[in-house]
Design a binder for this molecule. Structure first.
Ligand SMILES: [Zn+2]
Length: 80
C-alpha cells in the first residue's frame, strides 16, 4: 500500500500516512482531518463521512477517483 501525503487544513503541516482510518489526526496540532468547503454546501455529514471512506479506500488501493471525489480531496490529499 502506498503512503498518502496529507496536509492539515488548520496548521498546514504535511505528513505521510498509511492509516486506513476515515479520520486522520494531524500529528502536529492533533486536530481531526479535515473538512473541505464542499462538505458545507451540498453534502450532509453522513454523506461526507461515507464519501470520505470511499475516497480513502480508493487512494489506498490505487484506484481512480471520480470528479466529485477529486473535488472533495482537491489540494488536501494526493498520491505520492
Ligand atoms: Zn495540524
Amino acid at each position: 500500500m502506498k503512503p498518502l501525503k496529507v496536509k492539515c487544513p488548520k496548521c498546514n503541516y504535511e505528513w505521510e500516512t498509511k492509516s486506513k482510518l476515515t479520520y486522520l489526526t494531524c500529528v502536529s496540532c492533533q486536530r481531526k482531518f479535515l473538512r473541505p468547503q464542499e462538505y458545507e454546501e451540498d453534502m450532509s455529514a453522513e454523506e461526507y463521512e461515507l464519501k470520505l471512506k470511499q475516497i480513502i479506500y480508493k487512494l489506498t488501493h490505487d484506484k481512480e477517483l471520480d470528479s466529485k471525489e477529486e473535488k472533495i480531496v482537491g489540494g488536501i490529499v494526493k498520491r505520492i
